[in-house]
Design a protein around this ligand. Structure first.
Ligand SMILES: NC(=O)c1ccc[n+]([C@@H]2O[C@H](COP(=O)([O-])OP(=O)(O)OC[C@H]3O[C@@H](n4cnc5c(N)ncnc54)[C@H](O)[C@@H]3O)[C@@H](O)[C@H]2O)c1
Length: 324
């Protein structure tokens, strides 16, 4: 079978992870890399025997079979427009934008071009998440409590709201995506931010956010997010149904079902591999297991924007009506 040639736009931390995974897949070649910082593109390309390109246009002109867009949240838009105009399958890292306007514009282009897309919500591929879905089958969720309690990641754009979209949009979006995956859509959100940035240079985002979520199913939930620690304390969800309690993280699922308790563990790297494998298989026409195409990621993004907007404006917000 032919080799699938993949181009990368953005050559930072997450691009390096995708490049490692993709290079380990059979019949896949990381063929080209472009970055606004040429040295970053050269470094990553050099590790994978790929070419570097000065611009997105040059990378696309070389005819890759698919493209990964791994730019920071503020930089989304131009890359996606170019990849879609070229008619190529596109993997986009989350968050898909910092606002609603670019995300909905790109979603419309994806729809119009019937483009094959995937977004990096890899948690949905974790065996512990699949197990949680099985256990919850037929057991209506009453309560979900989500948390992302962490540090400021070591990238300069992260603590600046106009660059990252803020901690909920940028980071807690993984947990919000999981909440939607398990409990369905959220129809109302109310949130508070604590108003004080984390103690790092230039930060202007809230150091802590708390939100209340009302799901369309009748379930209720909350989210607690902070970035003021020097370490990752916890990121995950607790889920409660009648006689059932689940505690889910990227590495573990603890199930208490009546008197029975079971703990299942997993390696987060399994999700990293599976999300890329599913995209590549879809590009090659060998599989149909893309769990978060662009339109689905837009729903999660709208939920995260609704939390951010509610915290900023002090009012109840309906996801999808948010215009952060
Ligand atoms: N799914 C996950 O688990 C996961 C993990 C880490 C990061 N991410 C996401 O990936 C995105 C990137 O994060 P990162 O840690 O790689 O950031 P990073 O800052 O390490 O890398 C981003 C790279 O993009 C380049 N860049 C910026 N604008 C560009 C443009 N217009 N065209 C081409 N290149 C451009 C930068 O020069 C930089 O090299 C973020 O949205 C982040 O949330 C997702």
């Amino acid at each position: 079978m032919n080799t699938t040639r993949i181009g990368l736009i953005g050559a930072g931390g997450v691009a390096a992870r995708h490049a490692r995974v993709l290079s380990g897949l059979p019949e896949v070649q990381v063929s080209g890399v472009t970055d606004v910082v040429p040295e970053a593109a050269e470094r990553l390309a050099g590790q994978h025997g790929a070419r570097t390109y000065d611009t997105v246009g040059d990378l696309l002109a070389d005819g890759p079979d698919a493209v990964y867009v791994c730019v920071p949240p503020f930089a989304h838009g131009d890359a996606e427009r170019a990849v879609l105009a070229a008619g190529l399958p596109m993997f986009v890292e989350k968050p898909i934008a910092i606002n609603h306007g670019i995300a909905t514009e790109i979603a419309a282009l994806v729809d119009a071009g019937k483009a094959l897309t995937a977004v990096g919500h890899h948690w949905r591929y974790l065996p512990v998440v699949e197990k949680a879905r099985q256990v919850l089958d037929g057991r209506p969720i009453r309560l979900i409590t989500g948390s992302w309690l962490d540090k400021v990641p070591p990238v300069a754009w992260w603590p600046i709201g106009g660059r990252s979209g803020g901690p909920v949009v940028e980071q807690a979006a993984h947990v919000l995506d999981l909440a939607r995956h398990l409990a369905g859509e959220v129809d109302e959100v109310f949130a508070y931010g604590n108003g004080t940035p984390p103690p790092v240079d230039g930060a202007d985002v809230d150091g802590a956010t708390t939100a209340v979520l009302r799901f369309a199913s009748g379930a209720v939930g909350n989210l607690a997010a902070t970035c003021v620690l020097g370490w990752k304390q916890r990121a995950g969800l607790e889920v409660y149904a009648d006689g059932l309690a689940l505690a889910l993280t990227e590495t573990e699922l603890v199930i208490r079902d009546g008197e029975r308790t079971e703990t299942v563990t997993c390696d987060p790297a399994d999700g990293h591999v599976a999300v890329d494998q599913a995209f590549v298989r879809a590009v090659r026409g060998e599989g149909d297991d893309i769990r978060v195409p662009y339109a689905e990621a837009l729903r999660t993004h709208e939920l995260a924007l609704a939390v951010a907007q509610s915290a900023a404006e002090g009012r109840v917000v309906t996801p999808g009506v948010a215009r952060a």
